[in-house]
Design a protein around this ligand. Sequence first.
Ligand SMILES: Cc1cc2nc3c(=O)[nH]c(=O)nc-3n(C[C@H](O)[C@H](O)[C@H](O)COP(=O)(O)OP(=O)(O)OC[C@H]3O[C@@H](n4cnc5c(N)ncnc54)[C@H](O)[C@@H]3O)c2cc1C
Length: 437
Amino acid sequence: MTIAAFDGLLTRPGDPAYDAGRAVWNAMVDRRPALIARCASTADVVAALRYGRAAGLEIGVRGGGHSFLGLPVVEGGLLLDLSALNSVQVDPVSRRARVGGGALLGALDLASQRYGLATTAGNVSHTGVGGLTLGGGVGWLARAHALTCDNVTSYELVTANGAVLRVTETEHADLFWGLRGGGGSFGVVTAFEFRLHPVGTQALTVDLFYDLDDAGTALRGWRDLFADAPRQATPVARVGRREEYGGRPMASIGYVWVGDVEEGLRLLPSYEGIGKPAGQRVRELSYLDLQTESDDDERHARRRYCKGHYLQSLPDAAIDAFLAWDNNPGARLTLNGGAIGDVPDSATAYSHRDALVEFTTGDDWTDPGEDATRVAAARTYAAALEPYTSGSYVNTIADEDPAAVHRAYSPEKLARLHQLKDTYDPENVFNQTALKC
Ligand SMILES: Cc1cc2nc3c(=O)[nH]c(=O)nc-3n(C[C@H](O)[C@H](O)[C@H](O)COP(=O)(O)OP(=O)(O)OC[C@H]3O[C@@H](n4cnc5c(N)ncnc54)[C@H](O)[C@@H]3O)c2cc1C
């Protein structure tokens, strides 16, 4: 097996680099592609794609390899690995970043922060720009500057027939709509261009901790502050065991602030007035430290499961379900809104701009013997919130369940995504995406 005019690295079963090449973030994914093509250029992507199609191989495209289902890794197929397409070029004058399709979020943040700039990115720096952006992209800047996909000004896209297209609001506008939240179903994005914002380099996190018995009042008080939350603040509540409290189950409320810290601290008194916290933690840190602080907790090579919901309101009963924590995995509620809702719903494939709050719960472990109980615990916990939910974020899908994609997109958007698929990928070459779930 060889690919004509391919400058990257080809790896097959038995090659020394093969096992590292097929490993993704979630260690539960253990599939064996027939060929891994680590592409060094757009031309390599075109060549590998043509080869894979001619050979009749199923094709998976790997950005950062962080999808919970390990979507890029196809048993017996071709893994198109974009990790070498990782360049990031920032133009501080036009406030634009051109980013390779296989770059990680940390590289984008690092290059942008040299100029005090950033665009919305996720909370863990080793996540791929590719999958995160194609599914939407939420992070601490989303309430101020909208989703990651809302900040894309152009895509370089290799389509199923090997054409290289520039996709913008005015060029292939139908694809521009679909790529903004519709996932990787329409081709391989070899480069993104992003709008950057002058966010400065500072950040602040505020957490007030409560024993679970005292947390109901606290969470209700936290919720009552939503209406006045400035866009630079992202209110967050968590539940889980905390080492600093002897491993006790605790809840916390607070907010993450990006920008001038003095300004961010002005919100603190309104949070300190809520209930009777057992303690509090106020941290000033750089934006880059904020963006990397969970990197180790969320490290590779552990078994993982996650479940998420969007909620359009946060009634008392949903708060009670959130706090009915019974040795389940940790969980978080994060306020959405702000600039996310400024973008018209019809402008992008991403759905659920009207969500008030996102709920996420997740667990990690190492023993395969614990898979069933760990997954079941997360599902049971998340199911208790189900009655209050309006859907879910496509990038949190961790189950191969046809219902999952219907929770991620409205019926109209799903129909339009399928129409686009018929136009640009009628043979369903790019089928290792959330749309297949
Ligand atoms: C630790 C962790 C933290 C996370 N934090 C956040 C967060 O803060 N905010 C958030 O919004 N999401 C977050 N997510 C979810 C994340 O957005 C998804 O897991 C996303 O799929 C990761 O993208 P990836 O490129 O790393 O994954 P991959 O598994 O490589 O790809 C995911 C999907 O996108 C496709 N794809 C990837 N790159 C390209 C490309 N260049 N062209 C075409 N298709 C491509 C793949 O084929 C696949 O279908 C997090 C996930 C993890 C594991």
